[in-house]
Design a protein around this ligand. Structure first.
Ligand code: ADP
Ligand code: MG
Length: 666
């Protein structure tokens, strides 16, 4: 077994109790322990003598405890005097006094960090961060001391920072030699990188902060390289698998494009050609089409499907929501029925008789195209000859579901489409095994959407404006946060708002309600009415977030905009601006003060500033970090320990290039 995978109990100094405490911070193996990075470092070269500690600034000081005292009374507190050769300082704690009194003893050597202020003419720090640094061992007296995040349980088992340092140092002494390197020696030499064992030691016990960061980058590079190597091998294997070599489409695709009321953009043509070229090759295709909301991905996907059909195969398109799947079904049917093709629609909850009929059509090959939700990947669905699977809004599906549709055919080609622009570093991580086509152009004559951020007090004027737009023949979305959460305090749920708006400010218009809890037929009927402009104002939850396409809608009003994430806001705004008319997006914020306001303001102002999906995605990634950004749905996302996908973009690129080079030569 690889030495880093041995259970943590095998490490000297870890018994059953400590092992269970270490599990709190997800340390289960030796590798977890060695990759557990210091929360920060205490750089003693930066430590000031107390006499020179400036008032009002954050500093780190080192000294010995001279005196400790618990002061009861109306404001009970624990105070402790810490001194070095130059002066002393009082540390005051208003919380945890009794515990702290037991924690510190006179003569303990401490590093304290915090803001220095003056209290009754003396230097003081309130609630400083503290570390015990006294120790005979070299580890504790080095110039740069690592500080770790430890849980309460760990502290009780002697694993505050100091015990932790001893544990890690012992583990390094015992095992460092046996650690298998994660980089080939030749690569390491060429790039001038340290061995893994040495780098792990430097991360924990560096000679300088610069060395610590260099070592972290070395670990990050190793992680990224290992991951990219796996992706590159997977990609190569799949490319070697025999797939279908489709012939170019001579009838169906040209007929489809001729029938459109618009000219495809240059980007659509280019991506269409990239896909067609790859489908002609005998290897299995695995391609991602990235294109911002409204860039016209559907046409590109449908064209690929028709190429498969013309070659005598079936094609399938899967979408993450029923509303979107149904919209695709209606659109595709309208476009291909004149070409004599049969399209079926599969979703959950269909009547048994109908379902049997659809399944038979798919299994017999009578259905040329199947459109559906997750229902498409259920076991009972058997295709006669599936040649191409298209997955729309693929970020809404897990990696597993992607795989299942693929297995429904004998080596079908796979096309996944996503409107959520993903920053390049994440794309290379998540989709590193896919080829990528980008539709980087919007259809012409689209006017930029005017976006405005407003307070709730402006609602009357906003709805008056919406009414004006409706009078001019346009349509309006009013979006509310999810209905499940609506019980909370000042939430205005879609249902309540629906009643308010249709009896109040929008009384003269046809207003309808749409949310996830409505029956499927009801949803379909409402969407259809909206599409036909029989409904002028659609009050809804985020069920319309992805894919919904009604070009005549020009106003998107988002209530409680402060509750939405950037990606969601961008998707929602993408529902308008799809026709030639000027469109508007109005973000109504209910945040009045404090953290919520500060937190949401940056997001909402980003929305006001830009409409560029990639810029918004970068900002989103920065604000939320990669885990949150991708959400729980993105299973298959590796958890890197040293690498930071936001900051290490360059490292990732070079790790990827090296991995590709190695796999190409294998
Ligand atoms: P996406 O899925 O990329 O968000 P859609 O495929 O839904 O975008 O297309 C958005 C809208 O633009 C649809 O109404 C579609 O018919 C229209 N459309 C697509 N391509 C063009 C084009 N080249 N010119 C004008 N309109 C287009
Ligand atoms: Mg779409």
């Amino acid at each position: 077994m690889e030495i880093l995978s041995i259970p943590i109990e095998k490490v000297k100094g870890v018994g059953a109790k400590r092992a269970s405490a270490l599990k709190d911070v997800e340390i289960l193996t030796l590798g977890d322990l060695l990759y557990y990075r210091p929360r920060r470092y205490l750089d003693r070269t930066q430590v000031l003598p107390m006499a020179r500690a400036p008032i009002g600034q954050e500093v780190t000081l080192i000294g010995q405890v001279r005196q400790t005292r618990f002061i009861p009374g109306p404001r009970p507190r624990f105070v402790m005097v810490v001194a070095d050769e130059t002066d002393d300082i009082t540390c005051t704690f208003f919380q945890g006094g009794r515990y702290l009194q037991r924690n510190f003893a006179v003569d303990d050597e401490l590093a304290i960090s915090g803001k220095v202020d003056l209290f009754q003419g003396r230097r003081q720090m309130v609630h400083p961060e503290y570390e015990f640094i006294l120790g005979e061992e070299r580890l504790h007296t080095g110039v740069v001391v690592p500080l770790y995040t430890t849980s309460a349980d760990m502290k009780e088992r002697g694993l505050r920072s100091r015990g932790f340092r001893r544990l890690i140092s012992g583990a390094l002494d015992a095992f460092a030699e046996q650690i298998e390197d994660d980089l080939p020696a030749s690569l390491r030499q060429r790039l001038g990188l340290e061995e893994l064992g040495a780098s792990l030691r430097q991360v924990h016990f560096p000679a300088s902060l610069a060395e610590a960061e260099r070592a972290r980058q070395r670990l990050a590079f190793g992680e990224l390289f290992t991951f990219q190597l796996r992706l590159a091998r997977r990609k190569k294997n799949r490319e070697q698998a025999d797939g279908i070599a489709f012939a170019p489409s001579e009838k169906l695709v040209p007929a489809l494009w001729d029938s459109l009321p618009f000219a495809p953009t240059r980007a659509q043509r280019r991506v269409g050609a990239e896909i067609a070229a790859q489908m002609q090759r005998p290897q299995v295709m695995n391609r991602l089409v990235q294109g911002d909301v409204g860039s016209g991905k559907t046409l590109v996907g449908l064209s690929a499907m028709l190429m498969a059909v013309e070659n005598g195969y079936q094609a399938a398109m899967m979408a993450p929501t029923e509303i979107l799947a149904e919209q695709h079904f209606f659109n595709i049917q309208a476009l291909v029925a004149p070409l004599g093709l049969t399209v079926v629609f599969l979703k959950g909850g269909q009547r048994k008789v109908l379902r049997e009929e659809l399944l038979t059509a798919i299994a017999s090959g009578a259905a040329h195209i199947a459109v559906g939700t997750h229902a498409l990947i259920q076991e009972q669905v058997q295709f006669a000859r599936l040649g191409l699977a298209v997955i729309d809004e693929q970020h809404r599906f897990g990696v597993v579901q992607r795989g299942v549709l693929y297995k429904k055919g004998a080596k079908p080609d796979l096309l996944v489409m996503t409107a959520t622009p993903i920053p390049r570093t994440l794309a290379l991580t998540l989709y590193g095994e896919l080829d990528v086509s980008v539709i980087d152009e919007l259809p012409p004559k689209r006017k930029p959407i005017r976006t405005a951020l407003r307070g709730r007090e402006r609602r009357p004027a906003i709805f008056e404006f919406a009414g004006d737009q409706v009078r001019q023949g346009r349509q309006v979305y009013v979006v509310y946060p999810l209905i499940e959460e609506s019980e909370k305090a000042d939430y205005k749920s879609a249902v309540e708002a629906y009643d308010e708006l249709r009896h109040g400010p929008l009384a003269e218009f046809a207003v309808a309600l749409l949310h996830g809890r409505m029956a499927a037929e009801e949803k379909t009927a409402v969407m259809e009415d909206f599409k036909q402009n029989r409904v002028q104002v659609l009050v809804c939850t985020t069920v319309v977030e992805v894919g919904v396409d009604v070009p005549n809608a020009t106003v998107m009003i988002i209530e409680h905009a402060e509750r939405f994430g950037l990606a969601q806001l961008h998707q929602l705004r993408g529902r308008v601006g799809r026709g030639g008319e000027q469109s508007f997006c109005i973000l109504i914020s209910y945040a009045h003060a404090g953290a919520e306001l500060a937190d949401s303001r940056e997001r909402l102002q980003t929305m006001e500033r830009t409409q560029d999906g990639f810029e918004i995605a970068e900002k989103d990634l920065q604000l939320r970090g990669p885990g949150e950004f991708l959400g729980v749905r993105q299973a298959g996302m590796p958890a890197f320990k040293a690498a930071d996908l936001v900051a290490d973009g360059d490292l990732l690129q070079s790790a990827r290039a090296e991995a590709m080079r190695i796999v190409a030569s294998e």
